[in-house]
Design a protein around this ligand. Structure first.
Ligand SMILES: [Fe+2]
Ligand SMILES: [Fe+2]
Length: 190
């Protein structure tokens, strides 16, 4: 038996970075090592995707501030109030994400890494164009929903704390989205 075991050991060969025995199976130690390596790759990916979410939140904060101030008219009042309140919620999301990036070994990026992408939340040609702002908000919220869903899947089985944080934020974004879809239905039918 001992001789056979030695023969197995000597017959281990390296395929790329994988250890494979003569019968084609991967030894337990190598499996564990591969899993650890792939976990650390996933961790890096999580930090990258958290940074994307962080910038999304901060760009949303900037655009919600401007829209909550720029809009004119009686019809804009409720939208302005709602956006002003959402600024606080989105800022809390950004701060929570920043803390998590640091906790899991990343660095919260500085503004040189920031690239603006929210085309549909730029100030409309007319300050009374409430519908354009509502549509821009829905687009931003949909993007946030997609980003948190991506993170939730990425974290599965690797980082449950980040996953939980993203589930909380996803719930908030879905609520924002539902609220503004309601506004859109009302404003478009008026
Ligand atoms: Fe948010
Ligand atoms: Fe939101």
């Amino acid at each position: 038996m001992l001789i056979i075991k030695r023969a197995d050991c000597h017959s281990e060969r390296q395929e790329g970075r994988r250890h494979v025995t003569a019968d084609g199976s991967v030894p337990q130690n190598a499996q564990k090592k591969e899993r650890l390596m792939s976990d650390s790759n996933v961790k890096e990916e999580i930090i990258r995707e958290l940074s994307v979410a962080y910038w999304m939140e901060l760009e949303t904060v900037m655009n919600y501030i401007s829209s909550s101030v720029n809009l004119d008219g009686v019809r804009a009042e409720e939208i302005k109030k709602s956006l002003a309140a959402d600024v606080t919620a989105e800022l809390v999301h950004a701060q929570t994400i920043a803390k998590r990036i640091k906790t899991i070994g990343g660095t919260v990026p500085g503004t040189f890494d920031f690239k603006a992408v929210q085309t549909s939340l730029q100030p409309p040609a007319k300050n009374t164009d409430v519908v354009a702002v509502i549509k821009g908000v829905i687009e931003a919220e949909d993007a946030a929903v997609a980003q948190y869903n991506k993170l939730i899947k990425l974290c599965d089985g690797v980082d449950y704390v980040t996953q939980d944080l993203c589930i909380q934020a996803l719930g908030d974004e879905e609520e924002h989205c539902r609220e503004f879809r309601g506004f859109l239905a009302e404003y478009e039918s008026a």
